[in-house]
Design a protein around this ligand. Sequence first.
Ligand SMILES: Nc1ncnc2c1ncn2[C@@H]1O[C@H](COP(=O)(O)OP(=O)(O)OP(=O)(O)O)[C@@H](O)[C@H]1O
Length: 596
Amino acid sequence: MRKHISKSSQTNEKVNAKNWWGTILRLWSYLSSNKKYLLLVLLMVMLSSAFSLLGPFLVGMAIDDFIVSSDPAGFIPLLIGLGLLYFLNSAAIWFQNYWMIGIAQSTVYKLRNELFQHFHKIPISFFDRKQSGELMSRVTNDIENVSTTLNSSLIQIFSSLLILSGTICVMFWLSPLLTFITMLIIPIMFSGMKWITNRTGKLFKQTQSNLGMLNGYIEEIVSGQKIVKTFSQENRVTSEFLEKNNNLKATAYWAQTYSGFIPKLMNVLNNLSFAVIALVGGLFVLNGDITVGVIVIFTEYARQFTRPLNDLANQFNTLLSAVAGAERVFEILDETVEKDSNRAIDIQEVKGDIEFKNVSFSYDQKTPTLENISFKANRGDTIALVGPTGAGKTTIMNIIARFYHYNCGEVYIDDKEITSIKKESLRRQMGFVLQDPFLFQGTILENIRYGRLDASDQEVEEAAKMANAYSFIINLPNGFDTVLDHDGSGISQGQKQLLSIARAILSRPAILLLDEATSSIDTVTEIKIQQALEKLMKGRTCFVIAHRLNTIQNADQILVLKQGEIIEKGTHDSLLKEKGFYFNLYHTQLRNEAIS
Ligand SMILES: Nc1ncnc2c1ncn2[C@@H]1O[C@H](COP(=O)(O)OP(=O)(O)OP(=O)(O)O)[C@@H](O)[C@H]1O
């Protein structure tokens, strides 16, 4: 079956309207399963915030009560108390971080698991539309973003809020007028922040999306490296990469630049408030209204007042980026999963009768891909699908495997409507041998055993023998324990195909879907594959997509498709007698083979 070119590599991904609160609430639902540790973190944050508030107060006391009045006897215990306070503060901070990292890691662990499991429930149509690299980016980058934020930002936001409110209360108690003056910076700060975050929010989401697209492109080009080199497309792919890299650079640059304004703005406001307090406070001291100690306490609190604001502003940016990441993760979790109808049943085995009755289908619900397809395959029959490219051969296979659902008509398996059987149990009865066999990283034994996980070593060997793969396997240095690289790049295409046939043999399917398994392979291997396939096909209902007609001459039925319709149907001999499309196709191929 042909891999469809992903469309997301060609179109820019839409940046959806933000749903920050919805996403935050949803993240909370993950966090809240760790209530016990969250409570402990909360307690530690409250303690450390209280200690931070108490520190400056003790310093002020030391100045007014012991330094100005030169009383060293009282000063020493106060200093010890101050040291103890800072020590307890550090311990509380250490514990809050320790527990919060645990909560964060178990949350992203859960998210990652859910996302990966969800991938298996989403219909194939979703993966046909998306680039694998872009999807990977969601499992890795986006979740990493959430992880970083949960690790540190949440605590910081919460403790900043606590320190801020505590500081304001103490400041009011010390001097309402000075507090009022200090607070004048709040409206300036908020309008500055609003201006910045209005821009950073969109930019962070766009950056994540551009990063996903870039990753998707890299994955595509790395896996298609041979094609790129064969067609000398290095310059084109480099320029496409540059364009995507530039997009990422531009959005990341502006997102970081705007967010970089926040600490600068806070710094300016911080210094401004410090200068104002020093000036006004100095005048008050000269007037004898307040003491030097109060001014020291006040400036310290004013710093504490702007520092959490500063932290809040910084963390807000990180939070925006994490929420953008979480939103992209939730987008996948919200993708509709494959569902069976309520009346669908599990089947243990099928006999293999398949019937299509007036089936029509369109991928985009506009252009018809299959129109009025009707045929009947009896158990054990071999049905060949023939026709020009794009005629709909793979689509018929997709419908039998229920990767896509037809729009009208009926499909029966053993006289049961296909929709009345659970997809998973139906697919268990099917075996696939594709044009481009896919092997996983692992040993040859594990790859063949993928067909039936409970198969014994001996059954795996038997399957390899039937698939004509045994002799090449035992000649490898480690035999069945030879570890294959990703997608079996260490062995030849023909050998990969033999392994995929062994895998299918092991799974003992009742229905076989074969997609031109012998194309682009040397003649000796082709004969081996053909023999292996014949053994595999025996007694099974087989659908074979064939471009080379000499491989399907013994088929029980040949369906000739053109533009989504069956234009001829019959055996090889009967179709030749008809002298129609098949006849012409067959003779054209014969002539071409004779010339070459
Ligand atoms: N996932 C998809 N989304 C949208 N259109 C698709 C999809 N898959 C196939 N098509 C379109 O449906 C039509 C039939 O495709 P199909 O792959 O079934 O043809 P085919 O006969 O198997 O071709 P080939 O011999 O080249 O593999 C084509 O026009 C194709 O572009």
